[in-house]
Design a binder for this molecule. Structure first.
Ligand code: GLC
Length: 696
């Protein structure tokens, strides 16, 4: 549709029809089996006209191209203009083919893996009639008590932004009008992961400085990549919930970033203003959110009546209303929905996209690179002829997908027992008969994700007791850990000979674990989130600010340490072992000063000093010395995955620009980098200093 026709359509809408375009309702208003809701359901006191005029439908896992085609036909016949609704769903790490959870995918430190996941997801989900995905989730996570860490690319703003931008590219493709693409929604804007004590939905208190330097940048990266929508978080900034926060929704999005896309609340957020005593009725709540800059109301139904009243009494002008409705119509037009409401989805397309071999292969590759080898005393890799015991809750479990698995099916997810039964190289025996015991254990996939906070994210008492018994056999124990967040495994890991963290590895996760344990593939994942030793250390992350009191030696006085435990993480951000080893030279800089228009390139020589090929992630961190504000002890700046044959060396270079080191002050003004900067290059965030550069 041309812009002129779009504006003509807008002008021809009644007030009720315009308001309805800013309302999202659940697919269950049309379909009985639309999939379970992802939030508290309210009574649907909606008229038939409101239902067929709603601007968007949210659907669960049961997206179906043919049923959606019928819904579009119903809407075309029953509503005055037959404007097709945006069909939105949570497709965050796969649709029918499930990829590793985003927290695991980030451990690849490979944006191509994130882009591939998104492209496959878009092909499968759009074939089922889904137009928009509520992804990427870009919450920078530092608290494993929060169940939603699994949905995030982890604790580094740089890694979150890079993985999020790659997902946006993968979902959207080159042209949203093409079938096999999906529009995108960056969430939860912003700072939700700081919910107090890791308790989901709990209030958040963030300084503006931390917003500008940590929590906003990943969203800017996603919007720069073309992200179509932004979803404000349930949580507040400056004691105002994000959906009603004009600084977030207007001053930053519209004025600072000049972004003109559509915004949509999280589930029921407009109605939550009543619970915060920030609004007394639907109109009050609607005005606060709409005037802040929130276009669409997801599932609180407040806008239907409240926004209408606000326009009728002049609190909201018709021009303000039209601007929001136009953003919704423009997204529909970008998707080509006025010409084809189902966006190329048909029953045949849906079947053709199901279980495609190349999709499963892509999920396998992602899982192979997402698993992180945390410990290995040499017991791994396993070798032919071994007698192996395979035990633990996840040994013959198909529940390897994680939460938010969309249309992923357990019956299409082989278990470890399934894949090892086909590997003729090792005999599967009882622990008593075994040379090595594989203990597959961890969280259940329903125990992670939204509203899944835990006071002590750890193995269960039974799992710990079972581990103790296995260790008592005197046989080597390899723990394969399944989790949606870092678990407190200090004691458990100390008992094991090896620990492979598989997170929730998806549809092909078991096959990936088998290939890694057997040494067919060398582990290469690196942690996207720090593993604390215990809950008492939380929050603990690589980019914590400096302290005026040293943290060494740990038995010191008047320094920043604990009396009853260590400061150091169990496994630091960026950490991951391989079956080989890598040696790093000191960095060579091609200049000794970083100027406005003169970047510096740092180069290290990396050598595979082991006896087998392997991949690793070379990471570049920095820290300034003469600063105007305190800065993190380490900030991840760049990274590169490399693959080296045994004995092979290669030069790895990073080009650093002065602007890369810039930070922001409380008012969002740039703080120019100047002074001496230390750079650290290595395989994790504890890498030693590699170079010192003067920044002028
Ligand atoms: C949920 C989640 C959000 C999701 C939305 C729609 O409450 O907070 O991440 O996209 O509702 O399911």
């Amino acid at each position: 549709m041309t812009n002129e026709a779009l504006n003509a359509l807008l002008q021809d809408l009644t007030l009720e029809e315009k308001v309805a375009q800013l309302c999202q309702i659940d697919m269950s208003t049309f379909l009985a089996d639309a999939g379970s809701p992802t939030g508290p359901m309210l009574e649907f006191n909606l008229t038939r006209e409101q239902i067929v005029s709603a601007g968007s439908l949210i659907c669960g896992a049961n997206a179906d191209a043919e049923k959606f085609a019928q819904i579009h036909e119903t809407i075309r016949k029953e509503s005055r203009h037959g404007i097709p609704p945006l069909i939105m769903s949570d497709v965050i790490h796969g649709m029918r083919t499930t990829f590793p959870i985003p927290l695991a995918l980030a451990c690849t430190f490979d944006e191509n893996e994130a882009e591939t996941m998104a492209r496959v997801s878009a092909k499968e989900a759009s074939a089922c009639g889904v137009h928009v995905t509520f992804s990427p989730m870009l919450d920078v996570c530092r608290d494993p008590r929060w169940g939603r860490c699994m949905e995030s690319p982890g604790e580094s703003p740089a890694l979150c932004g890079a993985m999020g931008a790659a997902m946006v590219r993968g979902y959207r493709g080159d042209d949203l009008k093409q079938k096999g693409t999906m529009a995108t929604c960056a969430k939860h804007y912003a700072g939700y992961a700081l919910c107090e004590a890791g308790r989901d939905y709990a209030p958040v208190d963030i300084s503006r400085t931390e917003m500008y330097n940590t929590y906003l940048p990943p969203f800017k990266a996603a919007l720069d990549a073309g992200c179509d929508m932004v979803m404000p978080a349930f949580t507040p900034v400056d004691r105002v919930p994000a959906a009603a926060n004009r600084w977030l929704m207007h001053d930053i999005l519209r004025e600072r970033w000049h972004w003109d896309g559509m915004t949509i609340t999280d589930w029921g957020s407009v109605g939550e203003l009543y619970l915060h005593h920030l609004a007394s009725d639907a109109k009050d709540a609607s005005v606060r959110c709409f005037k802040a800059g929130t276009d669409m109301d997801m599932m609180s139904f407040a806008y239907f009546s409240g926004l209408k009243e606000a326009v009728e009494d002049g609190t909201v002008s018709i021009e303000e209303l039209d601007a929001a409705v136009l953003r919704v119509l423009e997204l529909k037009n970008k998707l080509g929905l006025f010409e084809d409401p189902n966006h190329g989805a048909t029953g045949e397309e849906q079947l053709a996209m199901r279980g495609r071999h190349e999709h499963r292969l892509a999920a396998l590759q992602a899982a192979l690179k997402s698993c992180v080898l945390l410990k290995n005393d040499g017991v791994l890799p396993l070798h032919s002829g071994m007698k192996v015991a395979l035990t633990g809750d996840h040994a013959d479990s198909h529940r390897l997908l994680g939460a938010w698995q969309a249309d992923g099916r357990e019956e299409e997810t082989p278990s470890l027992a399934d894949v090892f039964s086909k590997d003729g190289r090792v005999a599967i025996v009882t622990p008593g008969e075994a040379d090595v015991i594989i203990y597959a254990v961890g969280e259940d996939q329903d125990d992670v994700g939204e509203s899944a906070s835990k006071l002590n994210p750890a193995l269960t008492a039974q799992q710990k007791a079972d581990l103790e018994q296995l260790c008592a056999t005197g046989k080597p124990v390899v723990m394969v850990l399944f989790c949606g967040r870092p678990l407190m495994i200090q004691e458990d890991a100390s008992r094991c000979n090896a620990v492979l963290n598989a997170w929730f590895p998806g549809s092909e996760g078991a096959e990936a674990i088998r290939q890694l344990l057997m040494g067919d593939v060398n582990p290469s994942g690196h942690l996207s989130m720090t593993f604390p030793r215990c809950v008492g250390q939380i929050p603990i992350h690589h980019d914590q600010l400096s302290t005026g009191r040293p943290t060494e030696p740990e038995n010191g006085r008047f320094i920043s340490v604990y009396r009853d435990g260590s400061n150091k993480p169990l496994y630091p951000f960026g950490y991951g072992l391989s079956y080989t080893t890598f040696d790093f030279s000191t960095a060579e800089a091609d200049g000794d000063a970083l100027l406005d228009d003169t970047p510096v390139t740092l180069t290290v020589q990396v050598t595979n000093t082991g006896d087998r090929a392997g991949e690793t992630v070379v990471q570049l961190y920095f820290r300034g010395r003469r600063l105007t504000h305190m800065e993190p002890l380490r900030t991840l700046l760049q990274w590169k995955r490399i693959s080296l044959e045994a004995g092979e060396s290669t030069a790895v270079s990073f080009t650093v620009r002065k602007s890369d080191l810039q930070t922001w002050d409380h008012d969002g003004q740039p703080v120019e980098a100047s002074g001496m900067y230390d750079f650290y290059i290595g395989e994790d965030s504890l890498a030693r200093q590699s170079a010192v550069i003067l920044v002028k």
